[in-house]
Design a protein around this ligand. Structure first.
Ligand SMILES: [Zn+2]
Length: 363
C-alpha cells in the first residue's frame, strides 16, 4: 500500500504510484508503482490533486475500450485531471503551485486539416491520441508531465472543483456548436432542454443558464440531489416521457444516449431548433418511427442534429470561464464521492446518488 509521494527502490530509480489498466482485459485495473514520468512526456511537472472518473473510464476498466501506447500492454488511466505545478519547466506565466488541467487529445501525426489548425476535437482521420484513453498514459498518477500548450490554468479559488473542468469542456463545445447554427438563419433561441442528470447534463444546464436561456432538464429521479441541483440553477426539472412535457424547446442537449429519448427529442424540438447529441449509447426502440418519419419531422421544421465529442484548447478556455463564473457551493455538490486512489475499484460501481466520483490524490 502506498505510504509516501514517491519511493526510491534499491537501484535508485524513482517511482510513483499510478492507476494502470490493460485495455481489453476486464478486471485488470491496479494501483501500482511505475517509473517517474519521463521528461520527454512534457517539460511541466505536475503533482496530481484529483482525477474524475467517467463512463469512458468504466468502459476501459471493463475491457470494452482503450488502447495502450504502441509496444506496451498497460495504460495509466484517467483523463479528467487536476494538478498542482511542481516545476513550470520555464513555461511563461506558469509558477510552481498553479493549478492546471491537462488537455486530453493530441493531434494526429499526419495531420488532418482540423488537427493542423488545432481543432483536434474535429479530427477527420481518427488517428488522434488521447491521454488515459488512446495510446498515451493518463493522469491517475501521483505525478504527471504535460507539454507546453496542452494545459489550462484553473482559477485557484476553485480548488478541487477544478476537476470538473474537463467534463465542462464537453458542454462548452456542445453549446458553441449550437450557437454556430445562428449563422444559417435568423434564430433567437430562448428555451433549452437538457436530457440526463449526470455530470454532463448538469453542467450543460449550468452553461445554458449562464447563457441566459430558460433551461429545462429531464431526469429519472423523482426526488433527491439531482432535482434540487436543477432547481438551484433556476431551471425546471421534469421526469417522465419527453413527449408528455408541454415544452417546445429551441435547443435540446441530449446527454443520455438512450434511443427512445433521442427519438422523442427529434419529435419535440421546435421549428428551426437544434438538437445536440453528446451521449453515447446503443440499441433502444424508436416507438415505431422509421428513419423516413424522423426525416420528415426534421425537414418540415428546418431542424439541425449535431453530434459533439471531445474539446480543443478554446473549449478548455471557455470551460475555465464557466466554472469560475459558477456558484462554488453548487459545483461542490456534483462531487458526490471522493476515493483514495488505492480504492479505485470502488469508482467503477456507480450508485443512484452518484454524480461525479473522483480519486483524491491530495490526502
Ligand atoms: Zn486529425
Amino acid at each position: 500500500m502506498p505510504t509516501g509521494r514517491s519511493t526510491s527502490n534499491w537501484n535508485g530509480w524513482c517511482t510513483v504510484w499510478a492507476v494502470k489498466v490493460q485495455p481489453g482485459v476486464a478486471g485488470s485495473v491496479r494501483y501500482e508503482q511505475v517509473p517517474e514520468p519521463d521528461v520527454r512526456s512534457g517539460s511541466v511537472l505536475v503533482e496530481a490533486v484529483a482525477v474524475g472518473v467517467c463512463g469512458t473510464d468504466i468502459e476501459i476498466a471493463s475491457g470494452a475500450y482503450g488502447w495502450p501506447a504502441p509496444g506496451r500492454e498497460r495504460l495509466v488511466l484517467g483523463h479528467e485531471s487536476l494538478g498542482r505545478v511542481i516545476d513550470a519547466g520555464g513555461e511563461p506565466g506558469l509558477q510552481p503551485g498553479d493549478l492546471v488541467v491537462g488537455i486530453v487529445r493530441r493531434p494526429d501525426p499526419v495531420p488532418c486539416p482540423n488537427c493542423a489548425v488545432g481543432e483536434w476535437d474535429m479530427c477527420g482521420n481518427g488517428l488522434y491520441t488521447e491521454r488515459g484513453i488512446k495510446q498515451i498514459d493518463g493522469f491517475m498518477s501521483q505525478r504527471w508531465r504535460i507539454e507546453p500548450g496542452y494545459f489550462t490554468k484553473v482559477d485557484p479559488q476553485l480548488g478541487i472543483l477544478g476537476v470538473l473542468l474537463e467534463p465542462t469542456t464537453v458542454v462548452a463545445k456542445a453549446w458553441e456548436h449550437v450557437a454556430a447554427m445562428r449563422a444559417r438563419a435568423f434564430w433567437q433561441p430562448s428555451t433549452a432542454l437538457v436530457t440526463g442528470t449526470g455530470p454532463i447534463g448538469l453542467l450543460a444546464a449550468m452553461v445554458g443558464a449562464q447563457l441566459g436561456l430558460e433551461v429545462h432538464l429531464l431526469g429519472l429521479a423523482e426526488t433527491g440531489v439531482q432535482p434540487r441541483l436543477v432547481r438551484e440553477l433556476g431551471a425546471v426539472y421534469h421526469t417522465g416521457p419527453l413527449s408528455e412535457i408541454e415544452l417546445i424547446p429551441d435547443v435540446i442537449i441530449e446527454c443520455t444516449g438512450v434511443g427512445e429519448v433521442i427519438v422523442d427529442a427529434i419529435r419535440q424540438i421546435g421549428a428551426g431548433g437544434v438538437l445536440c447529441l453528446t451521449g453515447v449509447g446503443s440499441g433502444g426502440h424508436a416507438h415505431g418511427q422509421s428513419a423516413a418519419d424522423m426525416a420528415t419531422e426534421l425537414v418540415l421544421h428546418n431542424n439541425v442534429i449535431v453530434g459533439s465529442v471531445n474539446a480543443n484548447r478554446r473549449h478548455y478556455y471557455r470551460a475555465a470561464q464557466a466554472l469560475a463564473a459558477a456558484d462554488p457551493y453548487w459545483l461542490a455538490q456534483l462531487l458526490t464521492r471522493r476515493l483514495a486512489p488505492e480504492d479505485v475499484g470502488q469508482a467503477f460501481h456507480r450508485g443512484p446518488t452518484d454524480i461525479k466520483v473522483i480519486l483524491d490524490f491530495s490526502a
